[in-house]
Design a protein around this ligand. Sequence first.
Ligand code: PRP
Ligand code: ADE
Length: 172
Amino acid sequence: MTELSNLILDRIRDVPDYPKPGVLFKDITPLLADPVAFAAVTDELAGMYEVDKIVGIEARGFILAAPAALRAGAGFVPVRKKGKLPSETLEESYDLEYGSAVIEVHRDAFVPGERVLIVDDVLATGGTARAAVELVRRAGADVVALAVLMELAFLKGRERLTDVEVRSLVVV
Ligand SMILES: O=P(O)(O)OC[C@H]1O[C@H](OP(=O)(O)OP(=O)(O)O)[C@H](O)[C@@H]1O
Ligand SMILES: Nc1ncnc2[nH]cnc12
């Protein structure tokens, strides 16, 4: 176990039965409130790959992806829940651990072939990440990897992402 993974595990709070009975919610707000932990995580994400753009998935993905993009000297691209992006979009529907949703990206968010890292906080069932990978590819970019702060291995999200490099800072 590395120092960074110990720090992350120490700063993520388990909240039982949120947002639904039976879900153990991984709350990253204690980590975000600690400037040392927050900087360590965003530095780690920023240093993983040479990319043109870092994509963040609304909403918690934004919090990690935007500072990582700045630190990496990459552009930031938001993947948003349906209805929030103002220009022409591509969309994907998906199921996640506790519901279902539709996400979108601007059609012109990438120059064709741009190298992209997708960032989110939690990989659970992989529904969200799968949809984000599809969207970014449909928009013409090259998905170099998906990086998450925490992977919930028992939900087997990785099995839906066998065609993508997946990096998790911690696996539980
Ligand atoms: O692997 P999955 O089962 O798809 O779940 C993972 C997703 O669920 C959470 O997002 P949520 O939709 O709750 O949005 P939020 O970031 O706005 O809280 C989390 O931030 C991931 O995006
Ligand atoms: N258990 C969980 N905790 C936090 N975010 C999640 N997204 C999907 N499942 C989650």
